[in-house]
Design a binder for this molecule. Structure first.
Ligand SMILES: [Fe+2]
Ligand SMILES: [Fe+2]
Length: 187
């Protein structure tokens, strides 16, 4: 189990590091964490798994700390910048790996950009090769991103629109069984 003290230290470090530069990232991370917890409970997962998925939600973009300048430059990324920004996965993963209690959490968020059809990164895993907890996180992250709106989206999706988009991208991006479970959940 993860020790409370170390967790608080790490959360504070993350928040301080980011909030001066990017409040939206913190807000997004907290929303993803909350939704991960809710969905994991809806799936009736054991408590330890619920907590790990929730923490993976909180820290999934931790590695963006080192790339905020590139990511938030207000224009579309060049292909080189995009490749550079992809490294936020490794940065976050390598950092978290140094804390033995966070190894499992790091292993989950490492895969939050994988796609169900294998076209994602960093490993290009497909289907059930993607760890189950990561597949849960991926759905929650996507739903949160769609409903909060991003610069490239004209306006945020309603919950209903975002659910339809999850359904549309079942099998290509998301685990179809998890999407079915997600859309039946009261939000
Ligand atoms: Fe990410
Ligand atoms: Fe995210």
């Amino acid at each position: 189990m993860i020790k409370e003290g170390k967790l608080i230290q790490l959360v504070d470090f993350f928040k301080e590091g980011v909030s001066s530069q990017d409040k939206l990232l913190i807000e997004h991370s907290e929303r993803v964490a909350k939704l991960c917890e809710k969905f994991s409970r809806h799936l009736k997962l054991p408590e330890e798994q619920v907590q790990n998925i929730k923490l993976a939600g909180l820290f999934h973009d931790f590695g963006k700390l080192s790339f905020l300048k590139i990511i938030n430059n207000g224009r579309k990324l060049t292909s080189e910048e995009y490749e550079e920004a992809k490294k936020h996965i490794d940065y976050g993963y390598n950092f978290m790996q140094t804390f033995s209690e966070f190894k499992e959490v790091a292993e989950i968020f490492r895969h939050h950009h994988e796609k169900y059809d294998g076209s994602g990164y960093p490993k290009g895993l497909a289907g059930t090769e993607i760890p189950f907890e990561a597949r849960v996180l991926i759905v929650c992250d996507a739903f949160t991103a769609m409903t909060e709106g991003r610069s490239y989206q004209k306006k945020p999706f309603t919950a209903e629109e975002a659910k339809q988009e999850l359904i549309r991208c079942k099998r290509s991006q998301f685990d179809p069984v998890l999407v079915d479970k997600f859309v039946e959940m009261e939000l």
